[in-house]
Design a protein around this ligand. Structure first.
Ligand SMILES: Nc1nc2c(c(=O)[nH]1)N[C@H]1C(S)=C(S)[C@@H](COP(=O)(O)OP(=O)(O)OC[C@H]3O[C@@H](n4cnc5c(=O)[nH]c(N)nc54)[C@H](O)[C@@H]3O)O[C@H]1N2
Ligand SMILES: Nc1nc2c(c(=O)[nH]1)N[C@H]1C(S)=C(S)[C@@H](COP(=O)(O)OP(=O)(O)OC[C@H]3O[C@@H](n4cnc5c(=O)[nH]c(N)nc54)[C@H](O)[C@@H]3O)O[C@H]1N2
Ligand SMILES: [Mo]
Length: 771
């Protein structure tokens, strides 16, 4: 066996089966799939206990996604979806990773497994340590682990030589303490998963509307005339959003879908919570489907804007909301003039869509006022991602479709508390007012220089400018771009520390020494001073709610995330005036500190105890754009894609299957796209396959091209699919090795995981299972 720890999943095929793509999402198959996972991972009784509590007002917040729960009515048994059920099944698994497991399996051996197999090993039960040069992790006491972290951190030449990553499941309480610890230590190096996710949305919305968050509430979906879903696959990633879209339709609203793929969930669905509806035809969702080419969105939106302008010129006052524009916005003349620089002839080929279809969608926008636009990674992970989102804002501003019922921005967040973590100060570019408040409350000098985000952290570790990596959750090596480069960066560190629930590849690609600190999950009872604590989270629409897990933890050696932060802080900070031990003895104390430092949390402890929680203030929702740089809502000038494909090159987007949560692989199927039991596939347009002389299920190697650099991923099966020409799709994380670290979005520095330029080469072998 090679001595190298594998940073990538093995290039092994698992036995693909292709099925007909279903015509309906959710319904009975989703329930069956959810229950199968629950039964296999946790057992029936514990499973029912879990589902009963999920997303209820006195239950716990689903770790699946950040979609909000209904303010009033919640489903009788449970407010859950197939993929939420899979998420809780995964963390409540019966399988355990104990010190004995590590004694019998070396790190090298584990790294040869697939991500699916690594994840299925189960929950980590003890703090674990990998001494320098060793192949087996071994048990360590919490005290010794914290002491090691304190010693290593304090031995650095500068606090800026450490990076402190966060994934978005971390509760508000843990996130607040974590950023406080990091800033008291002396750095703003707080990269987080947001840097790879909705950072582009935050940048675009702050510049235009003065707030980094979306403006709509769930109730707005009941009132919208038109909902545009662009660059998002809610049937898989936010299944409960389908119910909201269903409500829009029931109330007479229309849905426009803009996506290279006709994602089943957006076409037709059967409400899982209403068994009477499992039989029959289901509900149609999308009215107009625009199959845009990858990264053709700005071109498409510019055509829509141009058509709106033409119609407005014909019938002044019939398209634009002049009262709103005059009172609230700035920059309209420049934006309208800029549209003339772009011709339909130049824009249309970038979209790949027939003009008639675009006109059909534009008519809905022209003739209606209450418009919601929802988006996710299909817009945020491109070089011109910020332009994508600002172009959407241009449309909303022309219509005055913001800050009123049934209208507004809806960036649909990923991780269940990624938005809350930012509110709590997990950010490498904190505002001065936030640092001022921390300094006042905690009596220390906060570092003012901006810190490193994800991409810059990787570069800094690779250049040995950063030497310690601490990860609060997540799976850094597999989630980030440029897998081999990132792995090399992590291997150069003196110490890597992962605070985790389950085993993942980031435990196996480590620094000279490594620690795994196992923590409680969202679904478990968190006792401090013998009293059960609850934590709080913020969903995609800015509602703060409490969450308390019903299950006994899988091991008595686990600590909560806040307790782990306090342990690290006590072992590291010599000058601190914060009483960390007291803060974690009762989480109300942490919330009191949050209230004292972060706006919007007045009477936090009382208000969060009211069932259903409370809304944070949201200026855009209130039609107030004064926090924007100009004091008004800004129209902006945006650029279409400048990507040029040479002959034989394709654009590749990296997607989630229906059976994974980011890097956690629940199973090997992508049911809604008709691909079963295989992840190493590439979706291709049948005509492109012809020109490349490829047949279905041919085995190919993929090479990405960026600035004369090449990266290769081996062994993918070609799947013929309805995808625009010159566009292809693969799954994340298998294809991350192809995403160049330096290929990032302008302004937000987000890796361009949805526009990777590749060429495809057929393998000269017939032995499909021997790569
Ligand atoms: N079950 C489950 N739920 C999840 C997750 C999960 O992995 N599993 N992940 C969570 C996280 S962290 C996030 S951020 C979200 C992700 O949620 P999504 O953003 O829905 O996830 P992706 O699979 O990245 O899908 C992106 C969608 O954008 C489309 N797309 C790609 N490129 C373009 C483009 O150039 N233009 C347009 N218009 N569309 C494009 C793709 O075809 C696809 O439908 O989901 C969250 N919820
Ligand atoms: N190519 C490509 N790359 C992408 C994306 C893409 O679309 N394409 N999407 C990007 C996006 S949107 C995101 S958000 C990132 C995700 O990046 P991450 O958030 O880093 O990755 P996850 O896979 O969500 O992390 C899973 C791990 O978190 C740990 N974990 C789970 N629950 C808890 C908990 O409650 N506490 C703690 N401490 N640990 C826990 C488990 O050990 C699990 O293995 O990936 C990004 N990477
Ligand atoms: Mo995300």
């Amino acid at each position: 066996m090679s001595k190298e720890r594998n940073a990538q999943p093995p290039e092994k095929l698992t036995g693909i089966q292709l099925k007909k793509i279903p015509s309906t999402a959710v319904g009975l198959p989703a329930i069956v799939s959810a229950l199968t996972h629950i039964k296999k991972e946790v057992g029936v009784l514990k499973g029912i206990q879990l589902l009963k509590n999920l997303n209820q007002k006195d239950g716990f917040d689903c770790p699946g996604c950040a979609w909000p729960d209904p303010d009033a009515k919640r489903a009788f048994l449970a407010e859950y979806c197939e993929n939420g059920a899979k998420a809780v099944a995964e963390e409540a698994t019966k399988n355990k990773v104990s010190p004995l497991f590590f004694a019998t399996h070396s790190v090298i051996e584990l790294s040869k497994l697939s991500d699916y197999e690594i994840g299925k090993s189960g929950r980590i039960t003890h703090p674990i340590y990998l001494p320098e040069g060793k192949d087996h992790y071994q048990e360590i006491s919490w005290e010794a682990a914290f002491a090691l972290i304190g010693k290593e951190l304090n031995a650095l030449d500068s606090p800026d030589q450490a990076v402190f990553y966060t994934s978005g499941r971390t509760s508000n309480e843990a996130a607040f303490l974590y950023q406080l610890f990091v800033r008291e230590f002396g750095t703003n190096n707080l990269p987080d998963c947001s840097n790879m996710c909705h950072e582009s949305s935050g940048v675009a919305l702050s510049e235009t509307l003065g707030i980094a968050k979306g403006s709509v509430t769930l109730d707005d979906f009941n009132h919208a005339d038109v909902v545009i879903v662009i660059g998002q696959n809610p049937g898989t990633n936010h299944p409960r959003m389908l119910s909201a879209l269903g409500e829009t339709k029931k109330n007479g609203g229309k849905i426009i879908t803009i996506n290279p793929l006709l994602e089943v969930g957006l076409m037709n669905y059967k409400d899982p919570q209403n068994p009477l509806k499992w039989i029959g035809k289901g509900q149609n969702l999308t009215d107009v489907f625009l199959p845009v080419r990858i990264n053709g969105d700005v071109a498409l939106l510019k055509i829509i804007l141009k058509l709106m302008k033409v119609e407005e010129n014909k019938r002044p006052g019939s398209v634009f909301n002049h009262a709103f524009i005059a009172e609230k916005t700035s920059g309209l003349p420049e934006m309208l003039a800029d549209l003339d620089r772009f011709s339909y002839e130049d824009l249309l080929p970038q979209t790949g869509i027939a003009m008639e279809k675009i006109k059909e969608a534009t008519a809905l926008i022209i003739n209606n006022e209450k418009i919601i636009i929802c988006w996710a990674m299909g817009l945020t992970q491109h070089k011109n991602a910020v332009d994508n989102i600002q172009e959407l804002v241009n449309i909303l501003l022309l219509k005055g479709s913001i800050g009123k019922k049934g209208a507004g921005t809806c960036p649909v967040r990923g991780h269940s508390n990624v938005q809350g973590d930012r509110t709590m100060g997990i950010w490498e570019k904190p505002k001065a007012s936030f640092l001022d408040a921390l300094e006042k409350e905690f009596h220390f000098k906060a570092p003012r220089a901006h810190g490193l985000d994800v991409v810059d952290s990787i570069a800094a570790m690779h250049a040995e400018k950063a030497k310690i990596f601490i990860g609060m959750g997540g799976n850094f090596v597999s989630a980030t771009p440029d897998t081999e480069f990132t792995a090399a960066a992590l291997r150069k560190c003196d110490l890597t520390v992962q605070i985790s629930t389950k085993l993942n590849r980031s435990h196996l690609i480590h620094g000279k020494t490594a620690l795994i600190l196992p923590c409680l999950s969202r679904s478990e009872i968190d006792l401090q001073s013998a009293i059960p604590q609850f934590v709080t989270t913020e969903n995609s629409m800015g509602i703060i709610q409490q969450s308390h897990g019903p299950l006994n933890p899988p091991s008595k050696h686990l600590l909560s995330e806040p307790a782990i932060v306090a342990g690290m802080a006590n072992a590291t900070l010599q000058q601190t005036r914060t009483n960390w031990t007291q803060l974690i003895s009762n989480y109300d104390g942490i919330r009191t500190k949050i209230e004292a430092t972060i706006p919007g949390f007045k009477n936090y402890n009382a208000r969060v105890r009211i069932k259903g929680g409370f809304y944070l203030p949201n200026t855009a929702r209130e039609n107030d754009f004064t926090p924007s740089p100009s004091g008004k809502a800004n129209f902006t000038l945006n650029m279409p894609s400048d990507i040029f494909l040479a002959t034989g090159q394709f654009m590749m987007m990296t997607l989630r299957t229906h059976d994974q949560y980011n890097t956690t692989i629940y199973g090997l199927d992508d049911r809604y796209r008709g691909v079963l039991n295989e992840r190493r596939i590439i979706f291709m347009n049948p005509e492109d396959m012809k020109t490349q002389h490829l047949k279905p299920l041919d085995l190919v190697d993929l090479t990405s091209h960026f600035n004369n650099e090449k990266r290769t991923a081996k062994g993918f099966l070609v799947v013929s699919y309805a995808i625009p020409k010159q566009c292809t799709a693969t799954y994340f994380p298998e294809a991350n090795v192809l995403v160049p670290l330096k290929s990032v979005a302008k302004k937000s520095n987000t890796p361009t995981s949805k526009t990777v330029i590749i060429s495809i080469k057929k393998r000269e072998t017939n032995k499909k299972n021997e790569l």
